[in-house]
Design a protein around this ligand. Structure first.
Ligand code: C5P
Length: 259
């Protein structure tokens, strides 16, 4: 489907309440003013926002996170904490105090266990498995020559589960396997999936992509989208792009509920 026809689907507004709970928009813009404008544009459609490395060093980023929380928005702090265990623990404690809901970490079991010690309140910890921009060549180049991407993702998800993390970040391609891994052990693991691309939208640097529909079908709990919403193609704006994606997600959720 071309990008034009994909977005034309959103002409008739349909209910999207369940889908709204699952969409996180990445505020990957260069300034707080631009991020605020995006949040305002998406008012009523999107309530959950990811603040990551693109906005991290913008002037006023921390106050902006507090502003979002004060406005009742949910915040996913995607700073991918990766350091010695004690440093990660303290960083997680600070994130919990700030009031954000999700935080990403990256590292060995010791690091993950330290992060779990720093967790409090409503904060949930997510381990990055393998970035969605990476394929087999990339992980081999990093020295993981004995694994396929999926094997490495599932291996790391297992470690995250054992360490007591709340969930993992992976591509939607691995979501089913991760969910099975947890349920087979009588546990649960939330799965957040970036690398989401509606049919017809540019791939950018994301190699392990899936469409919003495929991600829902695979069992993803949350979908993270940046560029397809914040820099949509053609003549449409972020609001129309978000609406079309939410409708696709909602349709997939309803179809799934019937099976
Ligand atoms: O623009 P796009 O939809 O590709 O944005 C995806 C967002 O998710 C980016 O902010 C990126 O940093 C983040 N992310 C990712 N893959 C991961 C973890 C985080 O793309 N494995």
């Amino acid at each position: 489907m071309s990008a034009a026809s994909y977005y034309e689907l959103s002409a008739d507004i349909m209910p999207i309440e369940q889908a709204k709970e699952k969409l996180i928009v990445a505020l990957d813009v260069e300034s707080v003013a631009a991020a605020r404008e995006l949040v305002d544009t998406l008012e009523g459609l999107v309530d959950f926002f990811k603040v990551g490395l693109v906005l991290q060093l913008a002037s006023g980023a921390q106050s902006f996170i507090e502003e979002l929380l004060g406005r009742g928005k949910r915040v996913f702090l995607d700073y991918k904490f990766h350091d010695i265990p004690e440093t990660v623990k303290v960083a997680v404690e600070r994130a919990a105090k700030l009031g954000v809901e999700f935080v990403t970490i990256h590292g060995s079991s010791k690091v993950m266990r330290a992060a779990v010690q720093g967790r409090s309140g409503k904060l949930k910890l997510f381990t990055v498995t393998v970035l969605t921009s990476m394929d087999e060549d990339d992980i081999h180049e990093m020295g993981y020559t004995d694994h396929s991407v999926e094997q490495l993702v599932v291996f790391r998800a297992q470690k995250a589960l054992d360490a007591g993390c709340d969930g993992v970040i992976s591509s939607a391609r691995e979501a089913k396997e991760i969910k099975k891994l947890a349920t087979d052990r009588g546990k649960s693991l939330l799965v957040i999936t970036p690398g989401i691309r509606p049919d017809g939208s540019p791939e950018d640097d994301q190699k392990r992509r899936m469409s919003p529909r495929e991600a829902i079908e695979a069992g993803a709990d949350y979908l993270v989208l940046g560029r397809p919403i914040i820099h949509p193609e053609l003549h449409i704006g972020p609001r129309e792009a978000a609406q079309a994606i939410l409708e696709e997600m909602q349709e997939a959720l309803e179809a799934k509920a019937k099976t």
